[in-house]
Ligand binder design. Structure first.
Ligand SMILES: Nc1ncnc2c1ncn2[C@@H]1O[C@H](COP(=O)(O)OP(=O)(O)O)[C@@H](O)[C@H]1O
Ligand SMILES: O=P(O)(O)OC[C@H](O)CO
Length: 497
């Protein structure tokens, strides 16, 4: 066995695929962006056919670029944007509507109505989640109510629901596999993460027929065979995990107390809390980090909707930078005496505020404020938001009393300035690994270890290598003053204020 593994990473803005060799090195890749569809303010959709076509293109391109035969690939691992909902016809495989994306806020009123009936506790105790439009359940319910005849057809077993992993798996296996994994279902709001099963009470509350749901497996399992007509050889699919969980695995955060934070479009911090489910008292989520050999490991998660997207806004909205890489130098030139804050609530605020109606705001502008202060405010907003998550995690899980490590990854961590600011605001060290493609690596490890061609968990954890640690340098007084200003800005941004 060659040990080549193909990782498919289907993200919010692009579909990627990476071929790793038997030494777990990335050898080739393919990547294609696809359309973001905004039918109304606050609504975000993707065309499932574009998701499929770009994924297939990326996978084929990665294999071509690797200059290996498709039959040299021992296994495939899939990782994906989470919560996004696709519903398709079981007979034809044709989606009945565009995918409703995790960022979409159209079910805010539905969530409100459920909260008014005092149902948030019912949902959160079983799923670890909150009543926010972010999660799949209310999106699926919306589709069933708004696509003509959909609920009746779903009840008759004619429709399939899937998160993106399930949809891709269905297509890759030619409709033979209708499966998902424990991490993806832990984001749906209809899956009980204590009993590890779809929850009948929650399905009834959202009026979702059980007949349309996929079977749930461990993250490393036999998910079926990718068809020869598609990739040039029959290849077993042996791993699936949601992208943030795959990054947690790729960062080898296998011990309780290990924390990873991924800075892409949004920022998602996951703290491994071990085999016991702990419900957050501070508006964090409890989620399944991974399930291996039937053993569930849980995580506390803080989800921030806008991180790198704030940098994209500087580039595409304000047009004050030409590329993301320019942001740090501009931020470094900002006037230190000005305290300008950006609260990037462009699509509401996530953890720990959970305010879908909040919208972005800027505070502290003076006549001297310009592009440099905006750039610094955008990068610092990511650090402040991470600090809010870390504080909530400390309260929930007494992190301070245990050994904690923060490992970072994602596009934004290329910026040394931002990573130093992060360590300063957190008042804690930040570890940046040598391999930053941790999401794809995590999916590849699930598949590679299952195939027996990659090391086991211990061996994989030992292979994690540090590139650089950023240590806090800011004095306490400055930090406290900056945090105070940030919290005032957030308070003024919340929709109830
Ligand atoms: N040097 C940089 N400084 C700041 N932000 C950056 C830098 N490089 C990339 N980014 C930001 O990182 C994001 C891309 O990261 P990536 O992990 O590819 O995201 P995703 O998987 O969500 O598409 C973009 O939003 C971009 O603005
Ligand atoms: O596709 P990404 O990297 O923006 O990640 C999206 C998350 O999975 C949403 O929960």
């Amino acid at each position: 066995m060659s040990g080549y593994i193909l990782a498919i990473d289907q993200g919010t803005t692009s579909s990627r695929a990476i071929v790793f060799d038997g030494k777990m090195r990335s050898v080739a890749s393919g990547q294609k962006e696809f359309r973001q569809i905004f039918p109304q303010s606050g609504w975000v959709e993707h065309d499932p056919e574009e998701i499929w076509q770009t994924t297939l293109w990326a996978a084929r391109t990665a294999i071509d670029n690797a200059k290996i035969a498709p039959s040299d690939i021992s296994a495939i691992g899939i990782t994906n944007q989470r919560e996004t909902v696709v519903v398709w016809d079981r007979a034809t495989g044709k989606p009945i509507h565009n995918a409703i994306v995790w960022q979409d806020r159209r079910t805010a009123r539905m969530c409100e109505a459920l909260k008014e009936k005092d149902l948030e506790k019912t949902f959160s105790e079983k799923t670890g989640l909150l009543l926010d439009p972010y999660f799949s359940g209310t999106k699926l319910s919306w589709l069933l109510s708004n696509v003509q005849g959909a609920r009746e057809r779903a009840e008759r077993g004619e429709l399939c629901f899937g998160t993106i992993d399930t949809f891709l798996l269905w297509r890759l296996t030619g409709g033979k596999s209708f499966l998902t994994d424990a991490t993806n279902v832990s984001r749906t709001l209809i899956y009980n993460i204590r009993t590890n099963d779809w929850d009948n009470e929650l399905l009834d509350l959202l009026d979702i027929p059980r007949a349309m749901l996929p079977e749930v497996r461990d993250c490393a399992a036999d998910f079926g065979m990718a068809q020869k007509e598609l990739l040039g050889a029959e290849i077993p699919i042996l791993g699936i995990a949601g992208d943030q969980q795959a990054a947690t695995i790729g960062q080898a955060c296998f011990k309780p107390g290990m924390l990873k934070s991924t800075y892409g479009t949004g920022c998602f911090a996951l703290l491994n809390i071990g085999g016991e489910m702990v419900l957050s008292k501070n508006r964090l989520l409890t989620t399944i980090a991974y399930r291996l050999d039937g053993q569930t490991t849980y995580a506390l998660e803080g989800s921030i909707f806008i991180a790198g997207a704030a940098v994209q806004w500087l580039r595409d909205g304000l047009k004050i930078i030409k590329s993301a890489g320019e942001t740090a130098a501009l931020a470094a030139s900002a006037d230190p005496s000005q305290q300008v804050y950006l609260v990037p609530a462009f699509t509401g605020l996530g953890a720990p505020w959970w305010d879908p109606d909040a919208r972005g705001s800027i505070h502290g502008l003076t006549r001297n404020s310009g592009p440099a202060e905006f750039a610094r405010a955008a990068l610092e907003s990511v650090c402040y938001q991470t600090r809010d998550l870390a504080d909530a995690m400390h309260k929930d899980w007494k992190v301070a009393e245990r050994e904690t490590v923060l490992r970072v990854d994602g596009g934004m961590v290329a910026s040394d300035w931002t990573m130093q600011a992060l360590a300063d605001i957190l008042d804690a060290p930040v570890d940046r690994p040598q391999i930053l493609e941790t999401t794809a690596l995590g999916a590849a490890w699930l598949a590679g270890s299952r195939a027996g061609v990659w090391p086991d968990m211990k061996g994989f954890a030992e292979s994690w290598a540090l590139e650089r640690t950023f240590k806090p340098e800011m004095d306490d007084k400055t930090r406290e003053a900056k945090l105070k200003g940030w919290h005032e800005a957030v308070k003024r941004t919340l929709s109830g204020s």
